[in-house]
Design a protein around this ligand. Structure first.
Ligand code: AHR
Length: 518
């Protein structure tokens, strides 16, 4: 099979906001406890932060991390996590049916962010709490000393304001599962008052209002319209979430499904980013609709602050979530073990964000450590990279610059979520500072290699400087503590530039990064 792609220096989508490669850490399962924080671990620093985990996070160059939830935040009292540790209360977490010692709070998280060189994105509780707590938390985090909250922060060890810019106004407030779930009207009114109040403290904050928890919510996309009608001029981003699953294959595997049935499910699974693309396009249109209705000059963008594959652990989590284990502290929850198929999926999702970088300015892989995460740890043991670590790594490290508007001609197939889905999915990023273009490509075909001719227009002479390939004979291959590199990238060969044409062969079911110097 063959495909052609044209990249032109002047046909661009947008400058990519680096923060589209952000991540998320929630007080959930072992994300914090025995994830980033494990005093007594062989690699722990004086604050109890695991050095092996910090090293893997630094490698990813994560630009910002959302904290402390998620569903957790909707019944969280931030005050529980500040002050002397010995005096912090252990609380029951109603979202995940666990308990939390509060050994980690905003100060420890801020220290960890400094350690891994990332920016904080904080979420406020608009479920069980409201305006007063939001302003108190903001003043505690960013306020000057000489005021009540600033002085308390100083007493707790941090005189300087943390200067957090990114603030999420609650989490998934459209979800009936959320503590303090609200209608769009109730939430829109509250979010607007909170946003106004936070802006009265600091006009330069970037505020993120809740959109839909997923594109199948019965209230979507009316929720976005109504919430934005209440908040438009006072917020900067609207938050969307989406999780990806191949449940059909899980069922088919359990029932001994045929190879043909499994391949069809994979084909549908790998077309899900078409649904993601439509979700983004719909919300972008809704933003424009409200902007026009308000006669506003202000721009609102999308913060895709929870995205990932999430389904492998669903069954095993039921016991804890149903309350059959009492209130365990930091149990194994949402510990999806990712396979090679998920590498392709994560590559496709990131390609979509690159292509939608004109409207998606913030995004967070959910989550970062242990909980539906690219990094796994064993308590007292090792930390390792899950399969999905790699496409996230490649995009985050090399996908910075300007997204190119590629013209792609690829044979395709029909799937549940769209027709004529190209077997080749590709994004391209031009980094003018270092004079490189990085292409991230996925071949969705199960058995056919695809020869791609990529025409580089307006760039001048080009040479291949890197070619990384991820492929595996088994879509269900995983990495574990004892087989950490079972699924890992290998140096590709055969990518070459002839004149202005970059040619590369994409093996069946493969993820590839090809970088050229121009
Ligand atoms: O990331 C796991 C959970 O997924 C988050 O807590 C919630 O916001 C979403 O439903």
């Amino acid at each position: 099979m063959r495909a052609t792609v044209t990249a032109h220096k002047d046909y661009t989508i947008s400058k990519i906001d680096d923060r589209v490669y952000g991540a998320f850490l929630e007080h959930l399962g072992r994300a914090i406890y025995t994830g980033i924080y494990e005093p007594g671990h062989a690699t722990a620093d004086k604050n109890g932060m695991r050095g092996d985990v910090a090293q893997l996070v630094r490698e990813l160059k994560v630009p910002m991390v959302r904290y402390p939830g998620g569903n957790f935040v909707s019944a969280y009292n931030w005050e529980d996590g500040v002050g002397p540790r010995a005096e912090r209360p252990t609380r029951l977490d109603l979202a995940w049916h666990t308990s939390d010692s509060n050994a980690v709070g905003v100060h420890e998280f801020a220290d960890w962010c400094e350690l891994v060189d990332t920016e904080m994105m904080l979420a406020i509780n608009l479920g069980s709490r409201g305006l007063d707590d939001a302003r108190n938390f903001l003043e505690y985090v960013n306020g000057p000393t000489g005021s009540y909250w600033g002085d308390l922060r100083k007493k707790n060890g941090h005189a300087d304001p943390f200067n957090v810019k990114l603030w999420c106004l609650g989490n998934e407030m459209d979800g009936p599962w959320q503590v303090g779930h609200k209608t769009a009207h109730e939430y829109g009114r509250l979010a607007n008052e909170v946003a106004k109040t936070m802006r009265a403290f600091d006009k330069k904050l970037e505020l993120i209002v809740c959109g839909s928890s997923n594109a199948d919510m019965p209230t979507y996309p009316d929720w976005e319209r109504e919430v934005l009608e209440h908040t438009y001029d006072n917020v900067d981003h609207i938050s969307l979430h989406m999780y990806f699953a191949n449940r059909e294959n899980e069922r088919a595997l359990a029932e001994g499904g045929t190879a043909e049935a499994l391949a069809k499910n994979t084909a549908n699974y790998l077309a899900l980013n078409e649904k993601l693309d439509r979700y983004i396009a719909t919300v972008a249109s809704t933003i424009n609709f409200v902007k026009a209705k308000k006669r506003s000059k202000h721009n609102v963008y999308i913060s895709f602050d929870e995205w990932n594959v999430w389904y492998h652990s669903n069954k095993q989590d039921r016991k804890i979530l149903d309350g059959n284990d009492g209130w365990p502290h930091a149990p194994r929850l949402l510990e999806d073990i990712y396979n090679f198929e998920d590498v392709l999926q994560v590559g496709l999702i990131l390609n979509t964000f690159i292509r939608r970088s004109d409207v998606v300015k913030l995004a967070c892989i959910a989550q970062l450590v242990n909980v539906i995460a690219p990094i796994m740890t064993d308590p007292k043991g090792q930390a390792w990279r899950q399969t999905i670590y790699y496409p996230y790594y490649f995009a985050s490290v090399f996908g910075r610059g300007t997204a190119l508007q590629l013209d792609v001609n690829s044979p395709g197939y029909d799937a549940v979520h769209g027709d004529n889905i190209g077997y080749v999915d590709v994004s391209g990023v031009h980094n003018e500072e270092d004079g490189t273009i990085s292409f991230f490509a996925v071949n969705r075909h199960a058995s056919e290699a695809i020869d791609v001719d990529l025409s580089l227009e307006g760039f001048g002479a080009a040479t291949v400087i890197d070619h990384q390939v991820m492929t595996h004979e088994n879509l269900r291959a995983v990495n574990t503590a004892t087989a950490q590199t079972n699924v890992a990238p290998a140096k590709g060969s055969g990518a070459k530039v002839d004149g202005k044409t970059l040619s590369v062969k994409l093996q069946p079911y493969s993820y590839q990064m090809i970088r050229v110097k121009v």
